[in-house]
Design a protein around this ligand. Structure first.
Ligand code: G6P
Length: 609
């Protein structure tokens, strides 16, 4: 989603800004831009629809140089993707501004600014902010005070950075609802929406808090809280090397990330061995919280929500603890009745998803005994603001469609089940069984990856189709949902998932020879029931693709294609089967020629609601 990079230095910063944008590219965007204040104190602007490499080309053709600048990748919310709507937005050739988030009262502000004589050249909500800032500056305020006044007028979520030709060595910025971090340099300072964008220039960061307004120059920085009081914020040294992210011989990041799963799953579970007790994998104080907890509320979005749905089966069945799961965008706005002594568990690959973060904040104030986040990004907002943290060891995930982040989340959630289960219904024998299953998981995933060419061959059948139905039962139902989500995200084939028992209550009406039906078959008590559901599909001319345990007794026959999955422990089946469905979506998308790693309209990190 939108990304911000800014610099106040004594050296030329255009390349630093462009490199910062390149590092944020994987999040998804549709246009990019950069504004610099040159040494004659003029504003120099490049912005256009398309990729950062297009911006680089424009910069090569007409170089703009300067020591103070702001840059942005935009993911359209208000106004189509276009050069005019790309950021930075400028006002009166004096002020330039970039913004992440959504200004909810932009329409009223626009009316007001139009009445004051400001002209608008974009359809964005952002443009009102730059004109408001300009108006405040015209009133004779300093840049910092002008920004403080401006943000007081804004409703909604924002991370903002701005420059003014009359304050040529300053960048001012503010955050509320969207992340922003200062990168502390030597004789230079930076700002970005994600520390990753600045790891090329510094390893020292200050994560800004809600409502903070900041002014940076090459030699100074001042942070003010929401009420305008100067504050000190904690400095964080991030010393671990930035992960080298390249395709490593694969054609796409998604395929690479699918293949990284055996290593990522092993690394995530290995945390159990490096801590004296499994509770410690969730942070200091986890044991005390786990001793008290009587119910779990999981909140997440997208693929992470599906991880939560799987976890509900484990937590209730194995650990005997009541568990509810809800998408964050609903949870945050709903009047709730919460079980006494509940633990709030958020799940988020990025740790920055706006709705999940808002849900955490909205649940503060005694509703839960504590909050726990399962995340892939240390130092992310959710990690910083949660009481307990489980970090998945997926490594950086670039593909917009989540793969290894999902399966490692499931490992973390199964470890949570173990930690809670040993205090409740789970026998010693069952615990040992789960531990053994987790240890064997990377091998079973590896065996599934070896089915790649079989799955590739099958995927051809989906190319002419416009719809697909995914069925599962029990814990495989959320896996069917995740399979359907993956297929629609990257191949643009409309896919729906249903619990197989619901087939007769609607979706059966859609089944014909144009509707492939994918079934995730368990090999437990529900298998016979699923077989009857599949018969119902087959007798109506539907074409079936069944992912089934090789010992489950399914055989291929006309219009029924069976994929023999490794015979693995029941508890890890959701993870193992997910890998096969990831490969299916990948191959369908590949043959359809879509942009596998950056599917249209989607973003990796959704920082606006
Ligand atoms: C976006 C991504 C998904 C992801 C979801 C939640 O929609 O494209 O892959 O599952 O956000 O993201 P999170 O970082 O909170 O897991």
């Amino acid at each position: 989603m939108c990304g911000i990079v800014a610099a106040a230095a004594r050296r030329e910063v255009s390349e630093i800004l462009l490199e910062g944008l390149r590092r944020l590219e994987y999040r998804g965007y549709d246009s990019a831009g950069m504004a610099l204040i040159d040494n004659e104190h003029n504003l120099q602007l490049h912005k256009q629809q398309g990729k950062v490499c297009e911006l680089e080309k424009a910069q090569k053709l007409h170089p703009h140089l300067g020591c103070t600048g702001i840059a942005h990748t935009r993911w359209a919310t208000h106004g189509e993707p276009s050069g005019a709507n790309a950021h930075p937005h400028i006002s009166g050739q004096r002020v330039a501004l970039v913004h992440n988030g959504i200004i909810e009262n932009h329409a009223a502000l626009r009316e007001e600014l139009l009445a004051s004589g400001y002209e608008f050249s974009s359809a964005t909500d952002t443009e009102v902010v730059v004109h408001l800032l300009h108006q405040a500056l015209d009133g004779g305020k300093t840049l910092l005070v002008a920004l403080q006044e401006t943000v007081r007028r804004l409703e909604g979520a924002y991370a903002i950075a701005a420059v003014d030709v009359e304050h040529p060595d300053q960048v001012v910025a503010a955050r509320k609802g969207s992340p922003l971090v200062i990168g502390v340099g030597i004789g230079e300072n930076f700002l970005a929406s994600d520390q990753l964008a600045l790891r090329q220039v510094t390893d020292r960061f200050i994560f800004l808090e809600e409502g903070d307004v900041v002014e940076i120059t090459p030699s100074s920085m001042q942070i003010y809280d929401e009420s305008g009081v100067p504050v000190e914020r904690k400095r964080t040294l991030i010393s671990e090397a930035v992960e080298v992210v390249d395709l490593g011989g694969f054609d796409h990041y998604m395929l690479k990330e699918i293949h990284e799963q055996p290593r990522a799953l092993a690394a995530t579970y290995a945390q159990a061995a490096t801590h004296p007790h499994i509770d410690d994998c969730f942070g200091a104080g986890a044991a005390r919280v786990f001793d008290r907890v009587k119910a779990i509320q999981i909140v997440a979005c997208g693929t992470s929500f599906h991880a939560g749905m799987v976890a509900r089966y484990w937590l209730e069945e194995l650990a005997g603890i009541p568990c509810q799961v809800e998408v964050a965008s609903e949870f945050r706005y709903r009047k709730r009745v919460t079980h006494a002594d509940s633990l709030l568990v958020t799940i988020s690959q990025s740790g920055e998803t706006a709705d999940t973060l808002a849900a955490l904040r909205n649940a503060a104030g005694g509703e839960f005994i504590a909050s726990l986040v399962v995340s892939n990004v240390a130092n992310s907002s959710l990690v910083r603001e949660s009481d307990l943290v489980f970090l998945t060891k997926a490594g950086m995930e670039i593909g917009v469609a989540s793969t290894k982040a999902f399966t490692t989340q499931l490992v973390g959630l199964l470890m949570l089940t173990l930690a809670l289960g040993r205090r409740r219904a789970m026998s010693e024998e069952k615990q040992q069984e789960v531990v053994a299953a987790l240890q064997s998981l990377p091998d079973y995933v590896q065996q599934t990856l070896e089915l790649n060419s079989v799955i590739e061959e099958l995927s051809g059948a989906f190319i002419p189709k416009h719809h697909a139905l995914f069925l599962g039962r029990g814990i495989e139902y959320p896996i069917a949902m995740e399979g359907a989500l993956k297929l629609k995200e990257i191949s643009y084939i409309h896919a729906e998932a249903y619990p197989a028992g619901e087939l007769k209550h609607g979706p059966l009406a859609l089944v014909d020879d144009d509707m492939p039906v994918v079934a995730v078959a368990p090999s437990d008590d529900l298998l016979e029931k699923l077989k009857s559901n599949l018969e119902e599909v087959r007798s109506r001319g539907g074409e079936l693709f069944v992912f089934a345990d090789q010992q489950a007794g399914f055989v291929s026959e006309p219009r029924v294609k069976v994929f023999p999955m490794p015979h693995c422990p029941e508890v890890i089946k959701p993870i193992v089967y997910t890998v096969a469905l990831q490969l299916l979506s990948y191959h369908v998308a590949l043959q359809k020629g879509t942009d596998v790693d950056k599917p249209r309209n989607l973003a990796k990190s959704v920082t606006v609601e």
